[in-house]
Design a protein around this ligand. Structure first.
Ligand SMILES: [Cu+2]
Length: 154
């Protein structure tokens, strides 16, 4: 088969599939309402935060001491911070870089995102003494150096 033949068949397939999808969306969706609701539910379930990770955001805790960490391409400054065990802390990410970054402590389920030139705060309570890894979960950033350490004192 020559090239024009393949292109011709491809166009027909696109046209038929396009018509079928349009018809099925317009048919049951507008007819009963159930089609639309099912479609909307599916859309919500597929939702995810920027960069493809879930964003469990916790509001800042009023009155809690603030720990500030700066982010640039590609490091945290300071890269090691210390907080007490069992006490509320507000962790503020100040993004001094030129792309979006996040500060995530996977073991504690803590994550905060800030766009370039922005700052954002997450409140949390460290449950147990220990050393916890801090990373930026945007693909390639941790590998490039965006890692740190949270030391939870007793
Ligand atoms: Cu980053």
């Amino acid at each position: 088969m020559n090239r024009l033949g393949i292109i011709g068949i491809a166009l027909i397939v696109v046209a038929v599939v396009g018509f079928t999808v349009t018809a099925s969306l317009a048919g049951p969706g507008l007819g009963t309402g159930w089609g639309w609701m099912g479609w909307m539910h599916g859309d919500v379930d597929d939702c995810c935060g920027p960069g493809g990770y879930a964003s469990p955001s916790a509001a800042p805790i009023p009155g809690a001491p603030e720990v500030v960490i700066g982010a640039t391409e590609f490091s945290f400054e300071p890269s090691t911070v210390e907080v007490p065990t069992g006490k509320p802390v507000n962790l503020t990410l100040v993004n001094d870089g030129s792309t979006v970054h996040n500060l995530t402590i996977p073991a504690l389920g803590v994550s905060v995102v800030a766009g370039p030139g922005q700052r954002a705060t997450v409140g949390f309570v460290a449950p147990a003494p220990g050393t916890y890894q801090i990373v930026c979960t945007i693909p390639g950033h941790a590998e490039a150096g965006m890692t740190g350490t949270l030391v939870v004192g007793s």
